[in-house]
Design a protein around this ligand. Structure first.
Ligand code: B16
Ligand code: MG
Length: 213
């Protein structure tokens, strides 16, 4: 079996359920613009960056939006999202998350985080797990969001490990596509019927065992 040297985790929807907070903030924003919004539509936004998500939502509106209007709407959504995550604590870690990170450490793997969220550092602090990562990608430095491989390739490079020696862990279709485009093994977290491109899918991190991949 292949011995990987590093693991690169997604944050939202894998380690913590901020996906729920993104959903609530986008739903309020979409409905304020008369655009219907539900869980199924939200699935397409997972792993997509803020402006990309807004574009997908506004594409459903009959009217066009100027760049200034879009920036104002994105800022409004982010302010609401920041209010929601301000209440987060270590209690918001998903089941199995800390054990998964500790198992990777025990296995001697380098550990990276590849979230396209510009709020990722705040969320890690609130969860109390910042020091469990060897490297966290700053989303502000990434030009192309998921499904582009840029963010996973940057994490591998900064960890000092070849992409082929890394595996990624993701809950989003776009995120799994990003891992595969980077040439890495992909562990999907969620529904195997949705994450069809993943090499293996587990329902949540309680089923995560780095020795198996
Ligand atoms: P922000 P991930 C992604 O994080 C979320 O899945 C996605 O829903 C969100 O729009 C994106 O971060 C940007 O987040 O507005 O906080 O910069 O899944 O890559 O950890
Ligand atoms: Mg995610």
């Amino acid at each position: 079996m292949k011995q990987y040297k590093a693991v690169i985790f997604d944050l939202d929807g894998v380690i913590t359920d901020t996906a729920r907070y993104h959903y609530l903030a986008w739903k309020r924003l979409a409905e304020s613009q008369g655009v219907p919004f539900d869980e199924a539509f939200n699935e397409h936004l997972k792993g997509i960056d803020r402006m990309g998500s807004l574009d997908l939502i506004l594409a459903q509106s009959p009217r066009a939006f100027s760049d200034d209007e879009k920036l104002a709407l994105a800022t409004e959504k982010n302010e609401h999202y920041k209010e929601l995550i301000a209440t987060m604590s270590p209690d918001d870690l998903l089941p199995g998350a800390v054990a998964a990170l500790d198992a990777c450490r025990a296995q001697g793997l380098r550990i990276g985080l590849a979230s396209v969220s510009k709020n990722a550092f705040t969320v890690l602090e609130r969860l109390g797990i910042t020091d469990k990562f060897d490297y966290v990608v700053d989303a502000a430095t990434i030009a192309r969001g998921k499904p582009d491989p840029e963010i996973f390739l940057k994490a591998a490079r900064e960890l000092g490990v070849a992409a082929a020696d890394c595996f990624g862990v993701e809950d989003a279709v776009a995120g799994v596509a990003s891992i595969k485009a980077a040439g890495m093994y992909a562990v999907g977290v969620g529904d195997a019927g949705i994450l069809t491109q993943a090499d293996v899918v587990i329902p949540d991190l309680r089923g995560f065992d780095p020795a198996k991949y």
